[in-house]
Structure formats: structure tokens, C-alpha cells
Design a protein around this ligand. Structure first.
Ligand SMILES: Cc1cc2nc3c(=O)[nH]c(=O)nc-3n(C[C@H](O)[C@H](O)[C@H](O)COP(=O)(O)OP(=O)(O)OC[C@H]3O[C@@H](n4cnc5c(N)ncnc54)[C@H](O)[C@@H]3O)c2cc1C
Length: 462
């Protein structure tokens, strides 16, 4: 529990309603999507950049750790409060500060919900391209901190590729304005790209200047069934080696297909379907049919059982609802999912999927794999029962072997979910000592007292 005089300082700044330490509030903000909880000392709800700066000043004086929070939808413990910390929730910072369709730019506060940005842009014929599956509730500050992405990343890139500039407060209370409002910029060190993906460990992001792109006039979707994972991965390779880039190229293995049957979109699949690709093209209305023809040609090959096209807008929405429900739907296989978010070079995707199958057999675990095949980024879910010690031990060994295999294939621990508290023990396997030392030096520069999101992103020093 936060000392009363410190709470009073925060309440004097924000109002009693926006600086809370009651048991219900603390419980509500004690966890994110990871199955762990640690109640914070207090939860603060600033209403703008200046209040964030003032919060950091108070925290610095009292050496209080601060954990930034968007919607708490992260799956790696990024927003999980550290012991003795205070949560800074950005949910009251939801203003759109500027929207300039002519410049294709929008400036938003960190608490704006991701899909709201896209909705606003669409009204002006534009689009905010990053589309995480949690877009209906996650917040842009959380997306920026994690460099979130989604199915459209294969064509449009991740959050980092859509940020022009940021306003932020460092751990020692310095105010940063980084980047620009222009589509080209070569003046400064690229601190914008550094802060994106920094998981709340370097600065609290208060405002973002985002790049918008023209909204496509038309979208068409293909659902393609294959006999097995190998046939689907070979098709992914063919698609990624021809000139028409799809705006989604999603993979689902057999267990994923079973998990989403009740959500629709997986009924009436041909018998023997072992893997499905969802492929989408977008662009000018008269160009999409040409793109679809090229994609059909690339998708056809050994092991293809069916290629379904001509979906209506409603059917496409149902397919995506089913796909986006997967994160939750897999939980009916076992109550706990150990969720890895590995990424490999596209040429190694088939090998990765084969390795995952083998690991599932070797460690006697149901593994559900799905994800953004066009980026080589798979969500690999080890489904377990937390109260089964033997199963948990096998899962740990399996996870270990998976990480080693991914690194051996030239890949990385995380494609989009980040490191948080859950994966940091693996980071030193991927990064060499000098690189890690440089990251620690940057952390010390931005946050000399180590107050911002301690115990996240970086592994403990040896
Ligand atoms: C069903 C489901 C589907 C998902 N699908 C995707 C997907 O397709 N792609 C994807 O990338 N992720 C996905 N995620 C993961 C998650 O939604 C993303 O990581 C998202 O970016 C988190 O946003 P949030 O607002 O919930 O942030 P939180 O979980 O609250 O925080 C995430 C991290 O950001 C930091 N942070 C938050 N706000 C700020 C700020 N203003 N300044 C500095 N640091 C800050 C936090 O400290 C924490 O480290 C999914 C999650 C779920 C539950």
C-alpha cells in the first residue's frame, strides 16, 4: 500500500478519482493476459502529457517504480505490475489531437483504441494499417510499446512502420519530442524507432504522430485447404516469391481449425484438411481480380485440396472473427496456454512447422500453431494443465527446445508480442554480450533510476 502522503500528492495532482489505491482497483490492474498477478501500490489515470510528466517527477522524488498500461491485453507480462510499483493507466488519454487527411497524418494521445484510429481514417478514405487481433480494445500506446502487428503486416508492416513521431517522458522526467510530421526525415538519431518496441522501459509515450495510407477500394479473400502443414508452407513460399504481395497470408494448423469450428468459417472443409491458409488481396477495385488470379496460381500445388473464393463481405467478416478468436478458442484444448510468438526468415517456415510437430510428439504435448505465415511469424501454443507437474516440466523442456530451434533457423524470440517478464530469460540466447550491454546503457540513459517497468524486456545482469 502506497504511503498516505505520496498518495495524497498524486491525488492533489490528478484528483482523488484518478489516483486510486482501493482494493478493487488494485485487483483490477494486477495482471495482463499472462496468468500471473501482482497488485500495484496505486493506479493513476493522467488526462494528458503534462500530468504524465508531473507523475514521473513525483515518482522520481520517491523512487517509485512506474508501470505504463494500455488495455492490459499483452501476453508477455509487459503491463504486469512489478512489486511495489504504481500503474500509470493511459485509458483517460483518448483525444485525437490533430487529423490531417491531406497530409495523411493523425496525432493521437496514447490511450486511443487502435481500431478507433482506423475508423476515423476510413471516414476520409484513408486507413491505419496495423491491425492487431486485439484492435477493438488495445490502445495505441501499448501497440507502440510492443511494436504490435497483425495480418496486414505482410504487406503494410508493423506499428513501427507507421509512426512518424512521438512525445514521451523519460524515467527522469525529461520531455522528448522525437521524429517529425513528414514522410521523409533525416535530421536526428532515430529515437522514434528506438522507443517503439521499448515496452515502457525507456519512456512513457504520451502522444504519437501516425502515418495513414489510402484505404483500399476493394478486398478479396481466399480460403485454401491443404492436406498437411508441409503443403501449406510450400504454398506460402510460392506466394512470397511472386510479385503480388497479399495483404494477409495467415496459416492455421489442424488443431487451430478444430478450435474455431464453432465460430464459423471452418465448417464444410474438405475431408482430410490438415492446414488452412487465409489469403487476402486489396487495392484498386479493378486491380484486385488480377491480384487474386496471380495468388490463385501461386497457391495451387501438390497437396491443395480446395481453394474457395467469392466470399461476401459478411462471410469475410465471419472468417476473420473466427481467425481472431483463435487466441481464446485454443483454451478449450487445455486451460493454460504457453504462448510463443516466434518468427523465422520466410524460407525457414516449413522447417519451423516441421520442428514444432516433432517437439509436440517428443514432449507429448498438444501444440496449436497459427499466425502470420507471410512474415514467418507463428503463435505456437503449448496447451497444458498448470496443476500437472509432469506436463509442466515437459512444457518447459519443449519451450526451451523450441527457442533453440528458432534461433538455429535464424529467427527471433518474438515477432510482435514482445518480451515483457515472460521471455526475458531467453534474451541472452539471442543477443550477444556487447549488444545487451549497449541496451543496458541506453536504459540507464533514459531511466537512470531504473523506475520504468523494472524486470521487463532486459534479462537480469549476470
Ligand atoms: C485476443 C488477443 C489478440 C491479440 N492479437 C495480437 C496481434 O494480432 N498482434 C499483436 O502484436 N499483438 C496481439 N495481441 C497482444 C496485445 O494486444 C498487444 O501487445 C497490444 O499492443 C497491447 O496493447 P495494450 O494497450 O493492451 O497494452 P498493455 O498490455 O497494457 O501494455 C503492453 C506494454 O506496453 C507498455 N505501455 C502501454 N502503454 C504505454 C505507454 N503509453 N508508454 C509506454 N509504454 C506503454 C506496457 O508497460 C507494457 O509493457 C493480442 C492479445 C490478445 C489478448
Amino acid at each position: 500500500m502506497l504511503a498516505t502522503p505520496i498518495l495524497a500528492e498524486f491525488q492533489a495532482l490528478l484528483g482523488a478519482d484518478r489516483a486510486r489505491a482501493d482494493a478493487d482497483t488494485l485487483a483490477l490492474y494486477a495482471s495482463d493476459e499472462t496468468p500471473r498477478a501482482c497488485p500495484p501500490e496505486a493506479v493513476l489515470f493522467p488526462n494528458g502529457h503534462d500530468q504524465v510528466k508531473a507523475i514521473v517527477d513525483i515518482a522520481r522524488r520517491h523512487r517509485l517504480p512506474l508501470v505504463a498500461r494500455g488495455a492490459g491485453s499483452g501476453n508477455v507480462g509487459g503491463a504486469l505490475p512489478a512489486p511495489g510499483s504504481v500503474v500509470v493507466s493511459f485509458e483517460c488519454m483518448r483525444r485525437v489531437l490533430a487529423f490531417d487527411p491531406a497530409d495523411r497524418v493523425i496525432v493521437v494521445e496514447a490511450g486511443v483504441v487502435t481500431d478507433e484510429i482506423d475508423r476515423l481514417a476510413r471516414g476520409a478514405g484513408l486507413m491505419y494499417a496495423p491491425d492487431p487481433g486485439s484492435g477493438a480494445y488495445c490502445r495505441i500506446g501499448g501497440n507502440l510499446a510492443m511494436n504490435a502487428a497483425g495480418p496486414r503486416a505482410v504487406k503494410y508492416g508493423a506499428t513501427r512502420d507507421h509512426v512518424l513521431g512521438l512525445r514521451a517522458v523519460t524515467g527522469d522526467g525529461r520531455e522528448l519530442r522525437v521524429g517529425a510530421r513528414t514522410s521523409k526525415y533525416a535530421t536526428a538519431y532515430d529515437l522514434t524507432r528506438l522507443l517503439v518496441g521499448s515496452e515502457g522501459t525507456l519512456a512513457l509515450i504520451t502522444e504519437a504522430t501516425l502515418r495513414l495510407v489510402p484505404a483500399p477500394q476493394a478486398v478479396a479473400t481466399l480460403r485454401v485447404c491443404y492436406a498437411d502443414n508441409a503443403a501449406a508452407c510450400a504454398a506460402v513460399q510460392r506466394v512470397m516469391h511472386q510479385p503480388v504481395l497479399p495483404c494477409a497470408l495467415e496459416f492455421m494448423d489442424r488443431r487451430s481449425i478444430d478450435a474455431i469450428r464453432e465460430y464459423g468459417g471452418a465448417e464444410a472443409l474438405p475431408p482430410g484438411t490438415g492446414a488452412v491458409l487465409m489469403v487476402e488481396a486489396d487495392g484498386a477495385a479493378d486491380d484486385v481480380p488480377r491480384q487474386i488470379a496471380a495468388l490463385r496460381a501461386a497457391l495451387a500445388g501438390p497437396g491443395m485440396l480446395e481453394l474457395h473464393s467469392g466470399f461476401t463481405a459478411d462471410e469475410i467478416a465471419r472468417l476473420w472473427t473466427a481467425r481472431k478468436s483463435l487466441s481464446m478458442a485454443v483454451k478449450k484444448i487445455a486451460p493454460l496456454k504457453i504462448n510463443e510468438d516466434v518468427v523465422v526468415p520466410i524460407g525457414a517456415l516449413a522447417k519451423l512447422v516441421e520442428t514444432i510437430d516433432r517437439l509436440g510428439i517428443d514432449h507429448r504435448l498438444p501444440i496449436v500453431s497459427f499466425g502470420h505465415a507471410g512474415n514467418g511469424n507463428l503463435h505456437v501454443n503449448l496447451m497444458v494443465h498448470a496443476d500437472d507437474a509432469d506436463e509442466m516440466a515437459r512444457a518447459r523442456a519443449c519451450r526451451d527446445a523450441l527457442i533453440d530451434a528458432v534461433l538455429h533457423l535464424g529467427g527471433s524470440l518474438s515477432g510482435e508480442h514482445g518480451i515483457g517478464s515472460e521471455k526475458r530469460r531467453y534474451v541472452a540466447r539471442e543477443l550477444d554480450g556487447d549488444t545487451l550491454a549497449m541496451m543496458r546503457a541506453l536504459k540507464a540513459l533514459f531511466d537512470p533510476h531504473g523506475l520504468l517497468n523494472p524486470g521487463k524486456k532486459l534479462p537480469d545482469a549476470a
